[in-house]
Design a protein around this ligand. Sequence first.
Ligand code: 3H9
Length: 708
Amino acid sequence: MSNLVQLTKMDGIAVVTIDNPPVNALSAAVSAGIAAAVAQIEKDDTIKVVVFIGAGRTFIAGADIKEFGELTSGKIICRESLKPLLVRIEDLRARVVMAIHGTAFGGGLELAMAGHYRIALPSAQVGQPEVKLGIIPGAAGTQRLPRLAGVAKAVEMCAEGAPVKAEDALKAGILDRLVEGDLLAGAVAFAKEVVAKPAPKTRERSEKLGTPEENAAIFAAAHETARKKQRGLLAPLAAIDAIEAATRLSFEQGCQKEEELFTKCLFSDQSKALIHAFFGEREVAKIPDVPKETPTLGVDSVGIVGAGTMGGGIAMVFANAGIPVLLKETDQAALDRGLANIQKNYANSVKRGRFTQQFVDERLKLIRPTLEYGEFAGVSMVVEAVFESMALKKEVFNQLDRICKQGAILATNTSSLNIDEIASATSRPQSVIGTHFFSPANVMRLLEIVRGAATGKEVMATCMQLSKKLGKVGVLVGNCMGFVGNRMFGPYRREAQFLVEEGASVEAVDNALYAFGMAMGPLATGDLAGLDVGWRIRKEFRHLEKPGVRQAFIEDRLCELGRFGQKTGAGWYKYDENRKTSPDQQVAALIRQWTSEVGIPQRQISAEEIVERCIYTLVNEGARLLEEGIALRAVDIDIIYLNGYGFPAYRGGPMWYADTVGLKKVCERIREYQQRLGSWWEPAPLLQRLAEQGKTFAEFSGRQGAAA
Ligand code: 3H9
């Protein structure tokens, strides 16, 4: 037997311990180890009870996802099915007790359901999260779960993928008992109780499989939810189909149907992209010159400068993580407004059931308002979230430098300004860093962490570690205007406007990108963020525009008319008092008038051209950032776009998407646009090189410059 799985025997009780750190993934080797243990148990009549348990911090967090990648890329050619092994476990003469702590996810829960009984610590969680990887349970999960938990619960778990707490799993019938204290001792005690009881086989149960009428309603509602909440994703629909098979067919036939659907999903581009995103989220935490061992600074209190939309949202993020916050404004009225907004946001969260009132009360107690910088003397970190003005930011940092204790992290939430210039207002640039939260800060998962030329490694390591504590995905980037996310977003939105100038309607542009999978079209996004923000920045930087290079002009004209987007009730679209959007014929007429005045010929533009031009512009700028070393790796750009800009996860991010299209093709199309439209379409040198070499962005190891 491998050392990944150990079998010990004592007094008629066999204990099978799975020991494959860090999460006991059910790899081929672990499955082989379990099979060897089962073979020994099958031969040993003295064994009356078998306990399966995980060593370390968890039961089994699922199949080994790395092996899926090896399978689909052809590195391994076949995967032995787990299903027959699970049937052998279920058919053991001895009573089989699954003892769960940490997480029993995916293949882990599938193994657990093949046991006769399941007990768990109250802190444990179970789930079928496969759908988040673009697949469905592949080891009879879609067949055993409805038999244990009922059709509705199984559909919810397999189609949505959310974890279920032990207490809820007990209520649903997935678990038989919760035990406190030592899990193995609890399992052995439980085993002694059930040794004389029947050995219920999940696959033979049918009492929870429902009637065709009941099930039809469940499946119809689930399809509707999946279409709305998981737009464009194939796996949730496949998961529902597999469970539907469980209600109609025998267990064996249902398993065959599951296998077909599982294989189809596994080999889909969606699954490859989602698996890329899963590992990508973990890879971005690995920074070559800031290794895991880098010492970190404790962050046990934070000061926030500015109680506006961003400052208030950031205060909630820290409070939610249990970190006390001092929230500073310049006058009492602004402070009161900021606090009222925070209270309103929390009240909405209680209304929507996201937080309990007690949780919110505790969080609010952690946020202390102040008008004085002096109170910042004791905090271990400050996040500045004032208006985007270099002069103002420098003034704030100068004050912070005088007041904050040595070693305190001085972070700015700027979305585009130069971190080094901000740091120059202090005597300690090593303590200065960018922490770019995305709006709404308490909702969006992305945290772009910007390193300045002098930022200390322990400061970067602390912010990366902190991002996890705050429930964010931290991505370290280099310092340039707009950093990674916004520097790419500028040309993307500009291209959307060019398309409108050339004849596409506002709705056609947004609809095409929405259909591609973006959470929102680029023009509607502008309305949401406020068109005046970009307008002000453009006015400030107009002197840097290269003469003769085409500039988008419609948004400036809309702003001149006071159409700033949702907040003024009109922008690219019009909005009613509830911010409900509708197309605006007046804007359409103005656009035609303005484009005819400047002499832009109008034509029909296909949805394909709209998507290609917007997405390839994004990719081209991404390639530049990669070569400059502002982004460490292509995957860092992907994770930024998936978590901060509503890029569809099932396309893996802009760079992954370009790799799947093929860089040769992307580069050729960009060259065609360059000839047809103008110099701003010049392909990035890195893109040209990789295309010529037949390589992908994922293969480019990076210059590792500014961000490394
Ligand atoms: C499945 O089960 C299909 C079945 O139906 C069977 C079909 C036949 N495989 O997230 P962390 C790595 S599909 C391989 O930082 P945490 C992870 O990459 C699977 N590796 O820890 C990281 O590596 P590194 C269904 C895995 O404490 C390290 O472990 N299951 C796997 O924040 C630590 O991970 C899932 O989808 C895996 N399954 O969170 C669960 N899981 O240190 C996926 C983790 O080199 N996993 N790693 O970067 C999770 O959700 C979280 O990892 C978990 C722990 C909540 C378990």
